[in-house]
Design a protein around this ligand. Structure first.
Ligand code: ATP
Ligand code: MG
Length: 292
């Protein structure tokens, strides 16, 4: 059984007739340490720079480190939502560039031991959440653990980060395989990070897309290449996101390109060809669980 947080994508219109859509974009990877949090934070801030309202969700629920990357301090976290019934609205903090942040808890044995209950309560909190955002960026953990997959299936679009490291590539393929086993349509934007050239990044994408076409009879999209850049390491150390402090850098351009591609892609939501999201958006009665 998986949990999902689909109701987070709905905001009720005052008339109760229409629903305003909040697009949920999950940033994930097969292998850890490939740049998910760095990319999530900068993607979120860049969207906010485009005058969108953005919530950056630290969805790496056990080992979240958005606080560390952005230099924010959170008194309450999702652990308080789950354990003490605090509402999501009360734990959201302000981040750089005007984004809002939903902080994760740091290593809690309780949460590890009762992850299913945790996910269920978190999903319930999302169902009560009066969502004012245009975009939610989910910075997930790495791999195909249940909680990560749950977040992926709550998203409209997925940014899948890889690096040239062979383990990162094979693990990314595993993520695609799991996602495609349930959802053939959700756009997956493979983003090649820490590459030495744009060409290297594109070749990685083409190879992966060929495998996906051949073995999964599906396809993925290219989010672009982000070069290995010392500026990124330095920005993380001083907790100053590069899209804000180095707007003319190549890395900032790469984030803008990624956002443009992701935003322009249709996610087929609401079409009959996509039953999962059809269900999510056509009913306010959210089902949190389904069998894989
Ligand atoms: N393009 C890049 N060039 C140089 N360093 C980078 C680049 N992208 C990320 N990094 C560095 O790689 C490290 C890992 O990045 P980050 O924490 O964002 O990865 P992650 O995928 O979120 O890791 P985890 O799986 O542990 O959550 C950080 O020190 C970051 O500064
Ligand atoms: Mg991370």
């Amino acid at each position: 059984m998986l949990q999902r947080f689909g109701n987070a994508i709905l905001e009720k219109d005052k008339t109760g007739v229409n629903e305003k859509r909040c697009e949920v974009i999950a940033v994930t990877s097969g292998k850890g340490g490939v740049g998910k949090s760095t990319i999530s934070a900068n993607v979120a801030i860049n969207l906010q720079q485009m005058n969108r309202r953005v919530l950056l969700v630290d969805a790496d629920i056990h080992l979240g480190n958005i606080d560390l990357i952005l230099g924010t301090r959170s008194r309450l976290t999702i652990a308080d939502v789950v354990k003490d019934g605090v509402e999501l609205e009360d734990i959201i903090i302000k981040g750089p560039g005007g984004i809002d942040i939903l902080p994760a808890s740091s290593a809690s044995l309780d949460l590890i031991q009762s992850e299913d209950a945790f996910l269920k309560k978190l999903a319930a909190a999302f169902s009560r959440f009066d969502n004012p955002y245009d975009y939610m960026i989910l910075d997930t953990g790495a791999g195909i653990a249940r909680n990560v997959v749950s977040f992926l299936f709550s998203a409209h679009k997925i940014i899948l980060v890889i690096t040239p490291d062979p383990a990162s590539i094979t693990d990314a393929y595993a993520v695609i395989k799991v996602v495609r086993s349930i959802d053939k349509e959700i756009p997956i934007f493979m983003t090649s990070n820490m590459v030495s050239s744009a060409d290297e990044g594109e070749i990685l994408f083409k190879k992966m897309n060929l495998m996906v076409q051949k073995f999964l009879e599906s396809r993925i999209l290219f989010g672009g290449s982000i070069l290995r850049d010392d500026l990124i390491g330095r920005s993380i150390k001083v907790q100053k996101p590069f899209v804000l402090h180095h707007p003319n850098s190549g890395s900032t351009t790469a984030i803008r390109v990624l956002n443009r591609r992701v935003l322009h892609a249709s996610s087929n939501i609401g079409t009959e060809s996509n039953n999962l999201f059809e269900r999510l958006l056509s009913t306010k009665k959210i089902q949190f669980e389904w069998n894989v």
